[in-house]
Design a protein around this ligand. Structure first.
Ligand code: GLU
Length: 279
């Protein structure tokens, strides 16, 4: 049984890029006679807003989509992510990171050999070798810390891995490309990478459809699946919708919201045509 999902963050209104992701997942489930789920990725409780969540239900319904209920809201499941993190901790594959953004930027600027990945500079490892007693003392003194994955240790523990993308084909997992990613933020007991991996498994998702901006993230998710004993879904990373200048759509850059297009008289069929998904 094919199970797909659309997993938006209710931090703003949906735009055409979201419409493409949602329609791709919904269609794949439809065509396979499977199930389509909606998940609200609201771990960043400071940025998520109920009016954006309500708006995304309205926009998706306007597009003609339907989904199973109840909808999983990540902010209601922090214990699931804590349990997964505890497992990785127990395997000795995590470490506390006290760095501020400023510490990290300064270190990258200072060291010419700072590691870089396809998405830019990687975490330069300042806290990787921190003495555990010192880390404990700093935490006990109230200094806040994130939890990072020791990606080299994790790759050694998991061994070589592969994952499958329905467009790009089989991939040798290269989780090191994103470095020692954050698994739990200073202010939030999880991160995008951890929550998405745990939830796709808990919800029985068999096909993850999302934009190719998350292609590299999948290498990390494959590694986390292996470490946590979770099944690996199939993937379909679709191309991104770009604006007239070729930049990828983003609400921060003024991409028109679906509701603006609707207010301007556009029909759901026209939106489907715009994102290249004509029937
Ligand atoms: N919440 C993520 C986003 O809005 C979705 C990521 C995913 O589909 O895995 O970008």
């Amino acid at each position: 049984m094919t199970v797909t999902r659309f997993a938006p963050s209710p931090n703003g209104y949906l735009h055409l890029g979201h419409a493409l992701s949602a329609l791709t997942g919904w269609r794949a489930a439809r065509e396979a006679g499977g199930r389509f789920l909606l998940r609200i990725e609201d771990i960043d409780v400071g940025r998520a807003r109920p009016e954006f969540e309500q708006a995304l239900y309205d926009d998706l319904a306007w597009l003609g989509l339907d989904w199973e209920r109840p909808v999983r809201r990540q902010s209601e499941h922090f214990d699931d992510y804590r349990a997964a993190l505890a497992r990785l901790d127990a395997m000795g594959l995590t470490y506390p990171c006290f760095c501020t953004r400023k510490d990290i930027t300064a270190e990258i600027a200072r060291s010419p050999a700072a590691p870089h990945g396809p998405e830019g500079a990687l975490y330069p490892g300042l806290c990787r070798g921190l003495d555990p007693a010192e880390a404990r003392a700093r935490a006990d003194a109230g200094e806040r810390f994130a939890v990072r994955l020791d990606v080299a240790g994790a790759m050694a523990a998991a061994g070589p891995l592969r994952w499958h993308d329905r467009i790009a084909g089989w991939q040798d997992a290269d989780p090191g490309a994103l470095g020692d990613v954050v698994l739990a933020r200073k202010d939030i007991p999880t991160s995008y990478h951890l929550a998405v991996t745990v939830d796709d498994a808990l919800q029985g998702v068999t096909l993850v459809t999302r934009g190719e901006d998350l292609f590299h993230a999948t290498h990390v998710h494959r590694l986390l699946q292996a470490l946590l004993g979770l099944p690996a879904p199939d993937y379909r990373h679709h191309g991104l919708i770009r604006d007239a200048s070729g930049a990828r759509l983003a609400k921060s850059k003024g991409a028109p919201a679906l509701r603006d297009l609707q207010a301007a008289g556009m029909t759901p069929e026209e939106v489907r045509g715009l994102v290249g998904l004509t029937p």
